[in-house]
Design a protein around this ligand. Sequence first.
Ligand code: ATP
Ligand code: MG
Ligand code: FE
Length: 344
Amino acid sequence: PLILGIETSCDETGVGIVRGHTLLADALASSVEEHARFGGVVPEVASRAHLEAIVPTMDRALTEAGVTLADIDAIAVTSGPGLAGALLVGVAAAKGYALAAEKPVYGVNHLAAHVAVDTLEHGPLPEPAIALLVSGGHSSLLLIDDLARGVTPLGATIDDAAGEAFDKVARLLGLPFPGGPPIDREARAGDAAAIAFPRGLTAAKDLAAHRYDFSFSGLKTAVARWVEARQRAGEPVPVADVAASFQEAVCDVLTSKALAACRASGIETLVIGGGVAANSRLRAMAEQRAEKYGIRVRVPRPKLCTDNGAMVAALGSHLVAAGVAPSRLDLPADSALPLTTVSV
Ligand code: ATP
Ligand code: MG
Ligand code: FE
């Protein structure tokens, strides 16, 4: 079946088209530049940008795939979680197109879509699998028994998301928003062992209560204190070393907890998704450490890790193949959609 996916949960307007696990089109319009000077996404600005971009992005995707709306078998759309006003634009558009073309519509979970997108790169996901979901707003470890029907959270961040930590640390180093890509770039020229930043919730006493949880706010504070001490002393801040040492701390915790979850459950597949999965050090470290245990790491190419329409189409395609019933035409835009609700 031919599935079209619409994504508008944050600052990217995405429309993707897939046939089975084959990606046919992935059209994207981003308002990231309009938010950059505010150091974070401004909801009203994002909603307006989606409104302007949704129809042209839809047309671009159909042209890219060489199909018409009549050829599409089902429309999938991000129902949540995300910014309420932003989600509403995508959901309203999906309903309009579905009604006009008489197509079934699937309201899907953005976070499950970050996991499902890997099927476009590596084919069907072996189940059970462990998923490490690391994005701008979320950081979780999940057990995936049946991605079409639900996921089981094993742990999550108790404060900041991993992507949020990258964004905050970039800001205090004077790097642009979003902070992940510039930190990744700076870190290549830095020494990851230069500064021993803390690894949150990895001490023996924390592991008892927080085995698969994460904490990144202490790390962010430690980086801030270190940078401030340098500045107070009138010394230059070695941006590359700070970036590399911070990134190493984040990747160390993420990979060690994800692989511990795989080993404890005897699961041999680790899939990594979300914007932070684009990080070059996370990808390399996960591969390297997993190899020792015979665990296979699946991470889609960086462009598919950050928000896009293809990921929504990929999850829609998986739901259709699994025989899941479509959503009702009054499906909600739910900014707080729980991680465990894969489709509404
Ligand atoms: P969520 O998916 O939780 O709703 P979101 O959709 O805003 O949040 P994503 O687009 O999945 O987030 O990811 C964006 C985040 O990924 C940002 O915090 C950004 O800094 C981070 N990011 C992007 N590229 C990289 C990279 N190379 N290294 C580290 N972080 C990165
Ligand atoms: Mg974005
Ligand atoms: Fe996302």
